[in-house]
Design a protein around this ligand. Structure first.
Ligand SMILES: [Mg+2]
Ligand SMILES: [Zn+2]
Length: 271
């Protein structure tokens, strides 16, 4: 095991577009979406849009069909499979919803590469309509982070992952993302971690403007090919470094044992 947790944002990081916009556009509800956007939070609007589409007679199968042809760079799936094969613990942290993400990841054959999907709940109700709920119930228990949208603070999710990592013996995080919501979690990363913001996207700009606040090493990328190259290079470099550290520790351990006495005490032989 590499002891590395790789955290992926989903929209415009794993897939090349925003899944919410993609579904709304492809099902022809873009005008209504834009009309309602100034009146409610994004996450609530997506639930409302699913209701509207259901009323218009659009089915769950229609939504799945649209999700299955979402644009994705051809090197993303191989990159994810390689990182998984190298022993990394892969997770998704996304402001999309679990229905969209699981449908796409299963279709791509990479759902099982991920140990965790942290996102807004989404389920098909008894009327066969998709319900989308906020990750955090902001009416009753607001998360209190002013950098993030009301329904989700990705920084808090990263802190939860960091706390669990300490117990699991995992040491480093590589975080990949593009959006405004990926800035807060970037600030939670520590020295020895890596952040991979997509070049010229909001997270990249925010990191650039606040360089001194980010403790992680920054590696920008532009497309799936570069993402694959940089991600695998980082994983390999960390793995080599940790192996060297381990062999130094082993040598030290052997030496210190030797100084306390030449041989282990023999077992007493019973008469
Ligand atoms: Mg994104
Ligand atoms: Zn936050």
């Amino acid at each position: 095991m590499a002891g590395i947790v790789v955290i992926f944002d989903f929209d415009k990081t794993i897939i090349d577009v925003d899944s919410d916009n993609w579904v709304v556009d492809e099902l022809g509800a873009n005008d209504l979406f834009n009309q309602l956007l100034p009146t409610m939070p994004w996450n609530s609007l997506m639930d409302r849009m699913m209701k509207e589409l259901h009323t218009q007679g659009k089915t769950i199968e229609d939504i799945e069909e649209v999700l299955k042809r979402v644009p994705i760079h051809p090197r993303i799936v191989p990159a994810i499979k390689s990182a998984y094969a190298l022993g990394c613990d892969l997770r998704v942290v996304s402001d999309a919803n679990v229905f969209f993400i699981e449908t796409i990841l299963k279709h791509l054959g990479i759902r099982d590469c991920f140990s965790e999907i942290n996102t807004n709940p989404g389920y098909v109700d008894e009327e066969e309509r998709l319900q989308i709920l906020p990750y955090v119930d902001f009416q009753t228990s607001p998360h209190g982070c002013n950098l993030c949208p009301p329904n989700m603070c990705k920084g808090l999710i990263v802190e939860r992952i960091q706390a669990a990592m300490a117990k699991e013996g995992k040491k480093r995080i590589i975080y990949l993302g593009d959006g405004i919501g990926d800035f807060c979690p970037s600030l939670k990363l520590r020295e020895g971690d890596f952040v991979m913001p997509r070049k010229d996207y909001p997270a990249w700009n925010l990191i650039k403007e606040n360089r001194t606040l980010v403790k992680a090493e920054v590696h920008e990328w532009t497309d799936g090919e570069e993402l694959e190259h940089i991600l695998l290079q980082l994983i390999n470099a960390i793995t080599i470094e940790e192996r060297q550290l381990l062999s130094v520790e082993c040598k030290f351990h052997t030496m210190s044992k030797a100084s306390h006495g030449p041989f282990p005490r023999p077992l007493p032989v019973p008469y």
